[in-house]
Design a binder for this molecule. Structure first.
Ligand SMILES: [Zn+2]
Ligand SMILES: [Zn+2]
Length: 274
């Protein structure tokens, strides 16, 4: 059974959350076409970062977001609508997220490291980082250390696109550090200790970066540590739901993974890969 746990319908108007289930229904229709039975909405949670802002829920909009998706759940007998959120984790932000999310009936909470206190995932952000005299090795180490810190909080259902840091090797042709295999291995050790699930994300396959997140070799290492995976498309439009799934499924199967994780009220559930 197929799932897509990373969908951003981007129902924002002038920066404010816009509650309208009619805007969400095309996503359900796309699931029917592609044989996807569980659809996880994961709009961005509040983004405290002062300069990295795009469509994101404000704390006071969480209730309206939850109610809209609960309403959609009732109107969707065929596709299981899962209520989720994608959180930007930064070092030291665990307590903030724990208190913000407490008491809200999410099915899942996805963790993303999109930026760090001294780095943004843009060409200018990278240039500023390099000008400050810091090395790529340090940046990668800090990125993966932050992912590990996030896993240790126990807050998150899965780590979304856990090798997003490679954006620079792809955009700016900066070589990845030689110790990347070791960094990933250490990260997988922590993920396994914390029973932390990962996402195989197909979003960048659609653009000119043309890759899975994480890379297939990283899936293989993670699977050797017994780490479980869910699947997501990072679709912002209904037509992108479940994109590149045949290849993604083959990557998972080649790594010996036999089931996909899904989530219900913050509990992991399993679907065999057949
Ligand atoms: Zn993301
Ligand atoms: Zn996302």
């Amino acid at each position: 059974m197929l799932v897509d746990y990373h969908v951003h319908p981007n129902t924002f108007l002038n920066g404010n959350y816009h509650s309208d289930i009619e805007l969400l229904k095309p996503f359900l229709d796309a699931c029917k076409l592609k044989g996807i039975r569980e659809l996880g909405f994961a709009e961005h949670g509040p983004r405290p970062h002062p300069t990295y802002n795009h469509t994101a829920l404000k704390p006071e909009e969480l209730e309206s977001y939850l109610q809209t998706l609960q309403h959609l759940q009732k109107e969707s007998p065929d596709i299981q609508v899962k209520i989720g959120i994608e959180i930007d984790f930064e070092p030291g932000s665990g307590e903030y997220w724990t208190s913000l999310l407490a008491g809200h009936p999410f099915d899942f909470v996805a963790c993303s490291v999109h930026y760090l206190p001294d780095w943004l995932p843009t060409s200018q952000g990278m240039a500023a980082y390099i000008q400050s005299g810091k090395s790529i090795e340090l940046l990668y180490s800090e990125f993966y250390r932050t992912l590990q810190e996030a896993a240790r909080t126990g807050i998150f259902s899965f780590m979304a696109h856990p090798d997003l840091i490679k954006i620079h090797s792809l955009l700016n042709q900066i070589p990845e550090p030689e110790n990347l295999p070791e960094l990933w291995e250490n990260t997988c050790k922590t993920m396994a200790e914390e029973n932390q699930c990962l996402e195989l994300d197909t979003g960048w396959k659609r653009g000119n970066l043309n890759c899975f997140r994480p890379e297939p070799w990283m899936v293989t290492v993670a699977a050797q540590y017994g780490i479980e995976f869910t699947l997501g498309s990072d679709a912002h439009q209904a037509q992108d739901i479940g994109s590149d799934y045949p290849e993604a499924l083959s990557i998972l199967k080649k790594s010996g993974i036999s089931q996909l994780a899904g989530f219900s009220r913050m509990k992991r559930i399993y679907h065999p890969l057949d």
